[in-house]
Design a protein around this ligand. Structure first.
Ligand code: SAM
Length: 285
């Protein structure tokens, strides 16, 4: 479909159902032609914030009515939207990017499907995928884990839980928390390659890669502004032939032989006792 098609059939009714509509994550040029079409022709748009979505609608010349919706909405609100989707076109958007991905919509989609309502999706921008493609980190397999918990203990527990996963990990992160998270990563995974993808698709888009310790220093000196995707490359042993002695020497600069052995065991999957014996030897050299 080209723009002319959209212009020529703007207000023919859409088939009733729930339309999951991805919107740009910063650059308006990333709105898809299908998204514009559906946003113009839907009977109602369920959105997180009518002011945010209102700006998008204005930009694409859509005058469709909006209704606030998030997953904390009462079951009644959800039921009414689903009933409406049985006879009209209901579009679901979030403030930016793909609905449901760390955004509202899961319950609505699940219940709409259970109710037998037509549900369709209009794919588009998603910060996690944009960050992954830009990072240069291995992407044959990856694990997206949304936002890390805010509290240190819970964040550490989540990272520990993910230690055994031998793929790139993708998180959403905020500027004020980035340095703290990087310091934690420097402790537990000093040798994994990290990418910080910031302000994707916007004027000041940046993707900085390195080890967590170096990146923490950088962002301590240059507090990051804007929105961030944090990506962590697979464990070293899974991607490189890193020399365990070298890893131990690095770790011993800041940690005891026992802690250094623990760290390197996590990184390499090698036996902790053997690494400990080697760490003691290296320390004595
Ligand atoms: N559903 C959205 C999507 O598909 O990307 C994500 C919504 S989540 C509430 C918002 C988080 O996504 C931000 O805190 C940030 O971590 C990430 N994000 C959104 N836009 C971004 C951008 N332009 N650059 C980098 N990260 C972005």
């Amino acid at each position: 479909m080209d723009t002319q098609d959209i212009e020529s059939v703007p207000f023919e009714p859409l088939e009733p159902g729930l339309y999951i509509v991805a919107t740009p994550i910063g650059n308006l040029g990333d709105v898809t032609m299908r998204a514009v079409d559906v946003l113009r022709r839907a009977n109602v748009i369920a959105c997180e914030d009518t002011r945010v979505t209102g700006k998008l609608l204005k930009a694409v010349s859509a005058t469709t009515r909006m209704q606030r919706y998030d997953d904390h909405a009462s079951a009644d609100v959800r039921t009414r939207l689903i009933e409406r989707a049985a006879s009209e076109a209901v579009a679901l958007v979030s403030d930016a990017g793909t609905p449901l991905i760390s955004d509202p919509g899961y319950r609505l989609v699940r219940e709409a499907r259970a109710a037998g309502v037509m549900v369709t999706t209009l794919p588009g921008a998603c910060a996690a995928v944009a960050g992954l493609t830009l990072s240069g980190l291995p992407n044959d397999r990856f694990l997206f884990a949304g936002f890390l918990p805010v509290k240190d203990k819970a964040r550490r527990d989540t990272l520990d839980e993910l230690s055994a996963i031998e793929t790139t990990l993708v998180f959403y992160e905020t500027g004020p928390r980035l340095e703290r998270t990087l310091r934690m990563l420097a402790e537990i995974w000093p040798q994994r390659e990290i990418a910080v993808a910031r302000e994707l698709t916007k004027l000041h888009e940046e993707c900085r890669t390195g080890f967590a310790g170096d990146l923490a220093e950088h962002y301590a000196a240059h507090p990051p502004k804007g929105e961030i995707v944090l990506l962590i490359g697979p464990p070293v042993a899974a991607t490189t032939n890193a020399d365990p002695d070298e890893l131990l020497r690095d770790a011993l600069q800041e940690a005891s032989p026992s802690k250094a052995a623990g760290k390197v065991a996590k990184l390499t999957g090698l036996d902790r006792q053997t690494l400990y014996a080697r760490a003691v030897e290296i320390k004595g050299e």
